[in-house]
Ligand binder design. Structure first.
Ligand SMILES: *Cc1c(COP(=O)(O)O)cnc(C)c1O
Length: 430
């Protein structure tokens, strides 16, 4: 099919990027389990290597199954191109790589997935990059944190672990004024609930491991480019605007226009960093995207019921779900993610750390795992697991205080999930 805005989300999540296999007519996208692709002749090979012709060379760079997924996610996000990678964390490095250099920094939200806090506060220092952590509800603080060496602003649309909603429009305006891109991690929201590019984001990153695949089978990531940023407006982004020695002095932005970031991601990023998604993973994620909207609707419906039930329960101190009328983020749901606040939130159990540990041990349907976005309901006590490496202050700032557990509400019967929480809360209180 020709992809275009004339099709609705439910149609695009099944068809975007895919067409019947030209060789066999296979209706489902085949898993092209091939490392290399035969060149028509020497001239064809030369044109591909010079980036003068688009085609397949070697699966570290491009693969036909992965290409379908890239186009599908880019279409669902309203971007011009996407690059899939081996994990969500790989996608974050792939998004920053063309923008950063030693001595440069990125301004990031304090409310992030625990692994991202570690990647940004520790690991990127080895590249000579710095991250400045700021409370993104404090717009003046975000502005003040941006300096001459800042090359990007980074946040999550629906932020981990509490399900807080970021005011993307306000943050995008600040990034715009500073002439730097806004990168939004849209993993928890998915393009069904939130489309960050419509709120001014330049780049969208995903851990496709989560809702896009939807069943906890494979890890993967994706970087989507809006195609809207002017990389040549100044000399801040030489990887995209200046001559590239590895391609005979070709300038990516001048040559590929709105597709500059996507081509750079493949021709430099995947070529040299090698964080490639394999075709099997792309296959599982393509299966997942076909039912994305159906699952997200149920995730939201269940999360609303369960959050309301928990909030009314005397054994629970508070619930952070933005879909609750009591949430300070409730008004932002209509602005940022009008189809719902997602399926992810935290709640505080009376009795603190010990009660949380008992609760997690007593649950029968909820699985105690370090994952989210599965059809299965999942729970984790962040302070003793994913956020264990953080200081108590960092845990609180990130919404992962010792007395809270994070749940990822699945698509099971809401009544069964409530009954499970009910019996486990009784055990936690005893
Ligand atoms: C899981 C997750 C990541 C990291 O993705 P991986 O696929 O595990 O590398 C990043 N951001 C968010 C919001 C996540 O949930």
């Amino acid at each position: 099919m020709t992809d275009g805005p004339k099709y609705g989300f439910d149609t695009l999540q099944i068809h975007a990027g895919a067409r019947p296999d030209p060789a066999t007519g296979a209706r489902q996208t085949p898993i092209y389990q091939s490392t290399a692709y035969v060149f028509r002749d020497a001239e064809h090979a030369a044109a591909l290597f010079n980036l003068q012709e688009v085609g397949y060379i070697y699966s570290r760079l491009t693969n036909p199954t992965v290409a379908v997924l890239q186009e599908r996610i880019a279409t669902l996000e309203g971007g011009v191109g996407g690059v899939c990678c081996s994990s969500g964390h790989a996608a974050q490095i792939m998004a920053l790589f063309p923008l950063m250099a030693p001595g440069l920094n990125v301004v990031v939200s304090t409310r992030l997935y625990g692994g991202t806090v570690t990647q940004f506060s520790q690991t990127i220092k080895r590249f000579g990059w710095e991250a400045t952590f700021v409370d993104f509800d404090d717009l003046d603080a975000v502005k003040a944190a941006i300096d001459d060496n800042t090359r990007a602003v980074f946040c999550e649309a629906i932020a981990n672990p509490g399900g807080y909603i970021t005011d993307l429009d306000a943050i995008a305006k600040i990034a715009d004024e500073a002439e730097i891109p806004l990168i939004v991690d849209n993993t928890s929201a998915t393009p069904y609930l939130c489309r960050p590019i419509e709120h001014g984001a330049t780049l969208v990153v995903h851990s496709t491991t989560k809702y896009l695949t939807g069943n906890g089978t494979v890890t993967g990531g994706c970087v989507v480019d809006s195609g809207k940023f002017d990389w040549s407006a100044n000399d801040k982004f030489p990887s995209l605007s200046a001559p590239e020695p590895a391609y005979h002095g070709m300038k990516f932005h001048e040559t590929f226009g709105p597709l500059a970031f996507t081509f750079h991601g493949i021709a430099i990023g995947l070529r040299d960093l090698g964080m490639t998604m394999n075709p099997q993973a792309a296959h599982y994620t393509l299966m997942g995207t076909e039912t994305l909207s159906l699952r997200m609707e149920r995730h939201v419906e269940n999360a609303v019921k369960i959050a309301n039930w928990l909030e009314a329960d005397p054994r629970v101190d508070y619930v952070t779900y933005a879909g609750l009328e009591s949430s300070p983020y409730f008004k932002r749901v209509a602005q940022i993610c009008p189809r719902g606040a997602g399926g992810l939130f935290t709640f505080a159990v009376k009795g603190g750390y010990d009660a949380c540990v008992k609760l997690v041990n007593a649950l029968e349907i909820f699985s105690h795992v370090a994952n989210l976005g599965d059809t299965r309901s999942l729970i984790i006590h962040s302070a003793s697991t994913t956020h264990r490496q953080l200081t108590a202050d960092q845990q609180r700032a990130a919404g992962a205080a010792p007395e809270v557990v994070r749940v990822s509400i699945g698509t099971e019967d809401a009544d069964d999930l409530i009954a499970d929480l009910d019996q486990a809360l009784s055990k936690a209180a005893s």
